[in-house]
Design a protein around this ligand. Structure first.
Ligand SMILES: Cc1ncc(COP(=O)(O)O)c(C=O)c1O
Length: 305
């Protein structure tokens, strides 16, 4: 287990502590449930949420290997590329991003930021982009040069799980459920890895037909030497598919922000909280349960263009 590289340790000193915020809601009080949000969105103005957790040990590994450039992939609104490009700039590393699809006539605010942070962008047709997903470990990627360090989509790899596990270790009280949004499932796997039964971890899939994630999460756990059945992946809260935002979701998010002062976005955290409220209403959580929800950031991807 490697110590933090001095450059990474210096960068981490600029981060805030992620607090736990109690959410008081009549629905939850009536059902004798406690709801808390782990505010990872407040960790850092740019490298916020699960992004820092997922990047920390990969960047550490890259720095220890004297890598020169981090190469990865993502969509035109990718929270991950956004955090990666900024972190690389701060750490004195160069960065390259394979971006899904043709170059748009007008760059998204995320892409403009990526350029501003110094990331070299390679717009990649969708078929070729799908092929890049096969390269989920370092090495083997044909276009890498010496000194390049490859990170798979979303930074989702075993080292990401280790960083995510630190979220759980920061929670000083017992809880019954830990809930998170799932894209690649690495955050879910990292939380499960640190959560022994009878506590349970719930993942809310934000993509349609995301049942395949169950196998992926189980594979990661197996690689950690763990066999756990205290988790569930919920497939019915994608709200029409990735990035789709129905009016009821937008209304819920706005009301949540008005009542609790916590901003959500519709791709990940909005769907997650919407699901947790719906599950409570349906009697999913036994009375007396304490529920912790991860605010995994992602607010940069939801900006006026
Ligand atoms: C804000 C936010 N929350 C949650 C997730 C899901 O994380 P994971 O890909 O580890 O499932 C992502 C990225 O995919 C994200 O950007």
């Amino acid at each position: 287990m490697r110590v933090l590289h001095p450059r990474l340790a210096r960068f981490e000193r600029g981060f805030s502590v992620s607090t736990l915020q109690r959410i008081e809601e009549p629905l939850f009080a009536r059902l004798k449930l406690e709801l808390w949000i782990k505010r990872d969105d407040l960790l850092h103005p740019v490298v916020s949420g699960n992004k820092w957790r997922k990047l920390k040990y990969s960047l550490n590994d890259a720095l220890h290997q004297d890598a020169r450039c981090i190469v990865s992939m993502g969509g035109a609104y990718s929270n991950f590329l956004h955090a990666l490009a900024f972190a690389c700039r701060e750490l004195g590393l160069c960065s390259q991003g394979f971006v899904r699809g043709e170059m748009p006539a007008r760059l998204s605010p995320t892409l403009l930021d990526l350029r501003g942070f110094g990331m070299a962008l390679h717009f990649t047709p969708r078929d070729a982009y799908r092929e890049l997903r096969l390269f989920n470990t370092a090495g083997g990627l044909p276009m890498l040069s010496a000194g390049d360090y490859w990170l798979p989509e979303g930074g989702s790899c075993l080292q990401a799980l280790r960083g995510v596990g630190e979220i759980v270790r920061e929670i000083a009280f017992g809880y019954d459920f830990f809930c998170c949004a799932c894209g690649t499932g690495a955050t879910l796997a990292g939380l499960i890895g640190e959560t022994p039964p009878p506590q349970k971890v719930l993942g809310v899939a934000v993509l349609k037909n995301a049942g395949y994630l169950r196998g992926q999460v189980a594979d990661w756990l197996r690689e950690l030497g763990l066999k756990r059945d205290n988790w569930e992946l919920l497939l019915d809260y994608h709200g029409g598919g990735f990035g789709k935002a129905r009016t009821e979701l937008l209304d819920f998010m706005h009301e949540f922000q008005r009542r609790h002062g916590v901003r959500l976005e519709p791709v990940y955290t909005g769907k997650l909280l919407f699901a947790v409220f719906d599950l409570a209403r349906r009697g999913y959580f036994p009375a007396g349960s304490r529920i912790v929800v991860l605010h995994s950031g992602g607010l940069q991807g939801w900006r006026e263009e």
